[in-house]
Ligand binder design. Structure first.
Ligand code: ATP
Ligand code: PRP
Length: 355
């Protein structure tokens, strides 16, 4: 049994800094003194060796067992496996690479079909289907599609009965391909849509091939056979789950002047009703009377998903003030541990079935 387990992380590109920040937020800070360093360690988990690689290479590293764990984009994993979310449980059960946490909460992007803005009659996949017929009849060829995701693209086109296309994967920025007439359209990642717009491309209304975030993956065999690797993985999963659960959540503590505990309880119920009617899911409760409140004052508290949305927070504050709150303290939550970690439970179940 190996002493240390290896975790592969993106060493460059869109996910590099975000992954380092995310792990630090999870209490799993990686010590990397410079960007040319390919091996690193974690202060809080000395038994984990970190290896930096291209995000695109990480699924293969985890599949081979060279790394027990890895973080990469779900889009990259989906292309590597040959399927996205549209897959049967049986196929997923057989995988050597397990998705341990699918959405880590950063690196959000979409894989989309994008066509030139000048194609004013083309706004859906059905329009694209008609265009293929037109191209074949008048140009004697099908459409040329540039993408770094040929497998997912082929599947998507087949689902929409779009045939006779040439799918190819050029190097460099794909958005330039229609402009230079090396491709008719592209299937590429977008986050804000800026790059597409700047290159006079538009995405089809029903042209989302896959939604992606960064994900944590693991080697099924290694985790099933190596108890130490499993233990390290469970620590990582506990912390990631607790952090993901806490993200954008704040603890709101309100002080209500009142001499009657019954009345405060009724106030809580009223607040909860009003917030629910406004579509805000949070539940305020009375804290124990001796919990730091001055005499004649009660403390109520609730957890809300307000993130960094000032308007939503102010809506809650208005409800609390109307109910008699004199002060409200808002504290971001660092970790939110539930009865047990969902990801640890899912992994144990999965490994049990594999045995
Ligand atoms: N604009 C974006 N916003 C959010 N996430 C993105 C964005 N672009 C890419 N990603 C995510 O980051 C992953 C890595 O993309 P990126 O282009 O940064 O990799 P790279 O390592 O620089 O690329 P290459 O393999 O071409 O060297 C993507 O697969 C996707 O999951
Ligand atoms: O919708 P937007 O917010 O404009 O983002 C989209 C761009 O981001 C990615 O590229 P990235 O900047 O990661 O560099 P890359 O070309 O090296 O992949 C992607 O390939 C797009 O080009």
């Amino acid at each position: 049994m190996s002493e240390r387990i290896r975790l592969a992380l993106p060493g460059k590109g869109a996910l590099e800094a975000a992954t380092m920040n995310f792990l630090a937020e999870c209490g799993l800070k990686v010590r990397r003194s410079n960007p040319r360093q390919y091996l690193a360690s974690m202060k809080s988990l000395p038994d984990v060796e970190v290896v930096f690689q291209r995000a695109a290479d990480i699924p293969a590293l985890v599949q081979s067992g060279d790394a027990a764990l890895g973080i990469t984009g779900y889009d990259i994993l989906a292309e590597h496996r040959g399927y996205g979310d549209d897959v049967t449980d049986e196929v997923e059960e057989d995988e050597e690479v397990l998705v341990l946490v699918k959405d880590l909460g950063y690196g959000s992007c979409r894989l989309v079909v994008a066509v030139p803005e000048t194609w004013i009659d083309v706004s859906t996949c059905a329009d694209l289907w008609h265009l293929v017929g037109y191209y074949r009849q008048h140009k004697g060829r099908g459409l040329r599609i540039a993408t770094k995701y040929p497998v997912l693209t082929g599947q998507f086109l087949r689902r929409h009965n779009i045939t006779h296309c040439k799918i190819f994967s050029p190097h460099g920025a794909l958005e330039a391909a229609p402009l230079t007439d090396t491709a008719d359209l592209i299937v590429d990642l977008t986050e804000t849509g800026t790059t597409l717009r700047e290159n006079h491309l538009k995405l089809l209304e029903d042209g989302v091939v896959l939604r992606s975030q960064s994900c944590l993956i693991g080697n099924a065999r290694l985790l099933g056979q190596d108890a130490h690797a499993l233990k390290m993985t469970e620590i990582i999963l506990e912390m990631i789950d607790a952090r993901v659960q806490a993200r954008n959540r704040s603890l709101l503590t309100a002080y209500v002047s009142c001499n009657d505990q019954e009345l405060v309880q009724q106030t809580c119920a009223r607040i909860n009703q009003r917030l629910k009617a406004m579509g805000i899911s949070t539940e305020f409760r009375l804290m124990t009377p001796d919990d730091g409140a001055a005499p004649g004052s009660y403390t109520i508290s609730g957890v809300a998903r307000v993130g960094d949305s000032a308007p939503e927070l102010l809506e809650i504050i208005a409800v609390l003030r109307a109910a008699g709150a004199t002060h409200v303290h808002v504290t971001p939550i660092t970790y939110r541990f539930t009865e047990s970690s969902v990801s640890v439970r899912a992994l144990r179940e999965r490994l049990k079935r594999l045995r």
